[in-house]
Design a binder for this molecule. Sequence first.
Ligand SMILES: *[C@@H]1O[C@H](CO)[C@@H](O)[C@H](O)[C@H]1NC(C)=O
Ligand SMILES: *[C@@H]1O[C@H](CO)[C@@H](O)[C@H](O)[C@H]1NC(C)=O
Length: 351
Amino acid sequence: MKFLTIAASLAIATLSAVSALPVNMSAFKPRALTCPTDVLSCTSASNGLDGCCVPTMGLILLVQQWYNGLGPANEFTIHGLWPDTCSGGQGPANGCDAARVYSDIDTRLRNYPATPAGFMDDLNTYWGSYKGDNNAFWSHEWSKHGTCVSTLAPTCAGSSYVQDQDVFNYFKTTLALRKQYNLYSVLSGAGINPGSTPDSDDMHAAIKAAYGVDAQINCASGVLSEIWLFFKVNAAGTYVPAEALTQGSCNGNISYPVKSGTTIPSSSIKPSSTTTRTSSTSTPTSVPTGTPTGLPEGRQTGSCSTNGATVCVKNGVSNQYSKCNSGTWILNQCKTGLVCHSDTVTSTHCA
Ligand SMILES: *[C@@H]1O[C@H](CO)[C@@H](O)[C@H](O)[C@H]1NC(C)=O
Ligand SMILES: *[C@@H]1O[C@H](CO)[C@@H](O)[C@H](O)[C@H]1NC(C)=O
């Protein structure tokens, strides 16, 4: 079992029991030293611990989805990272901090000084929206769930808080968890692959064998839709797998359908069980013609061959564009206020 340490991002701030007093937060030094690092959220030892040490909504769910058209053919994509109460209760529908409900997560992440190169591409690849508007999806997930991760609250960082570090850390943590808890690899390693109708009990068993705990596996009309992994967290930012509260809605043999898109070399936990399946099912999307320039436009999906190629969703109108990223079209967007313009059949610019 491997645990993920997200040092210095979550929870590196401490507050002693005086948090209820009206104090000048910026006068605090970083408070990590007074958080016990070995205490997990949702354990009896965490009772009374400050919300800057461990999340007060201490059962954190990594929700991955299996949705045709999103992500590579051999990867689950992210729905969200959801803090729940220890008994599985959800947070408020509109989040936990009205002051940090945002609708411009894409711009915030692009402008955040420590966002690494490739980060936005990873988000677009592994956290896409089936509705096509990734910024709206991320903004919803952040506002409803991210603001409920108490350890990320700016007050926990005190005077060291940098604008949007909470946002960045939420998305960074979630991307890292998906990469580490690679469900496709786990299932594939147990001989369970897309294009089959496996027994959901075998899927539960494969996950339990890999992580030591069971997951919640959900279906829509007998088709695999989502797998929820549960975690408890300590003050060092280590996510420790926890037992799922329920088994989910899949029963007996279910459909695990093939997804369109490219099969990418996976960062597998178990070294690759040969994935020779090529996605011949991917539909090269229609390229609507009739733009003034005659150049391609329209949202591209499935696989692509020219790495780095870009196509505007609506030339001169929309800020969104498709980008060929490691063999798969992903949706990207220009900075706020800019619009995508077609230049050639494989290139665009934002202006
Ligand atoms: C809080 O403390 C900081 C640093 O000691 C100080 O600069 C700031 O003016 C204080 N703010 C308030 C509202 O007292
Ligand atoms: C149901 O699942 C089991 C185990 O994965 C498999 O051996 C069997 O063929 C499946 N049955 C059907 C009808 O797909």
